[in-house]
Design a protein around this ligand. Structure first.
Ligand SMILES: Cc1cc2nc3c(=O)[nH]c(=O)nc-3n(C[C@H](O)[C@H](O)[C@H](O)COP(=O)(O)OP(=O)(O)OC[C@H]3O[C@@H](n4cnc5c(N)ncnc54)[C@H](O)[C@@H]3O)c2cc1C
Length: 310
């Protein structure tokens, strides 16, 4: 392991939360390192980002990430495509992170912005058609399916909730349990029935279509036309690298207060890894709050001064 390079702020994650935080810490003249893979961010998978304020003409997820990274680097943030594999307190104060490239970095404060991954259903051509008819987030993409024929794949409460969220856009909705027993609460079940959401148990074998989803193939070689499919098995966290820290978690969410402070002084968290309202603009906002908290933590100031205009 190399001698650690020192930074004032270490940000783990290069999605909207991490880059959103880096923009503020870098502009506050804090020596900032961002670790992570901009094109592995959830937003990089979005075909079009249609609900980020100030992008009325939409932007592809990859371009969104390119622009965000360039914005942070413009103000001096350092970015490395490395994975944090261990984060722990450092003797004498601060924190030490080790990466998959056998490098180590020391920092006085840390912002964890490692996002979450949507669970894949493992259906043939699911990844090829992601963003092209196969989706994971109704808040993000439900709008594109006004009055279309849509299915939701999932057997539990999350899927039922996603199906109900689609109702303002379309009434032609089918929920498929994909061969699994239903685990939907009586309350959600009653709502699904009240809104005539069809519930079927067939196993889904493949998503089909050249440029976008056209049909869904079921066990028994049955094929049906659908304009959209929402895979709804929930999300998994990625905080194993922080196991030794003793972070307070609720399920897979890192617990934070209103200023993105975790239970550990000097450790902040932002974005999807903290749960609730998984949206890019919310993650970037969390990143901003976490960065302002870091500035106060390191400088003891009550107000953030954004003094480097160029
Ligand atoms: C297909 C799809 C479409 C979407 N469409 C929209 C949309 O249109 N509008 C919208 O607002 N939201 C959309 N979302 C949701 C949005 O993408 C997320 O809410 C947002 O990206 C969360 O930002 P984040 O920074 O918290 O996490 P992410 O963007 O997921 O970024 C996580 C970052 O952490 C890094 N990372 C993880 N673990 C480590 C580690 N150990 N070491 C170093 N780095 C690590 C990853 O490499 C990545 O850079 C969509 C999501 C998906 C999947």
């Amino acid at each position: 392991m190399s001698e650690p390079q020192s930074f004032e702020v270490l940000i783990i994650g290069a999605g909207p939360a991490g880059l959103g935080a880096a923009l503020y810490t870098a502009r506050a003249q804090l020596k900032t390192l961002v670790l992570g893979f901009p094109f592995k961010s959830a937003i990089a998978k979005a075909e079009k980002v249609a609900n980020y304020l100030s992008y009325p003409d939409m932007v592809g997820g990859k371009e969104f990430q390119e622009r965000s990274l360039a914005h942070c680097k413009k103000y001096g943030a350092v970015h490395l495509e490395e994975e944090a594999v261990n984060l722990q307190p450092r003797e004498g104060g601060g924190f030490l992170v080790e990466t998959d490239k056998r490098q180590s970095f020391a920092a006085k404060a840390v912002i964890i912005a490692c996002g979450k991954s949507y669970k894949l259903a493992g259906i043939k051509d699911e990844q090829r058609l992601t963003g092209k008819g196969v989706h994971y987030c109704v808040v993000c993409d439900g709008f594109f399916f006004k009055d279309k024929r849509v299915c939701v794949i999932g057997h539990a409460n999350y899927a039922a909730h996603e199906a109900l969220e689609l109702l303002p856009y379309t009434k032609d909705l089918t929920l498929f349990s994909n061969g699994r027993p239903w685990e939907v609460s009586p309350e959600l079940l009653a709502e699904l029935k009240a809104h005539q959401v069809k519930m079927r148990a067939e196993k889904v074998l493949a998503f089909e279509g050249e440029k976008g989803l056209e049909t869904v193939l079921f066990e028994g070689n049955q094929r049906e036309k659908f304009d959209g499919a929402f895979v709804a098995f929930g999300a998994t966290g990625a905080t194993a690298f922080a196991n030794k820290l003793g972070l307070e978690m609720q399920g897979t969410n890192i617990q934070v207060d209103a200023h993105q402070q975790t239970n550990l002084p000097g450790v902040f968290a932002a974005g999807d890894c903290t749960g609730a309202d998984a949206q890019a603009v919310k993650s970037a906002g969390d990143g901003c709050s976490a960065a302002l908290s870091v500035v106060r933590f390191l400088r003891g100031k009550t107000a953030y001064i954004d003094y480097k205009e160029t």
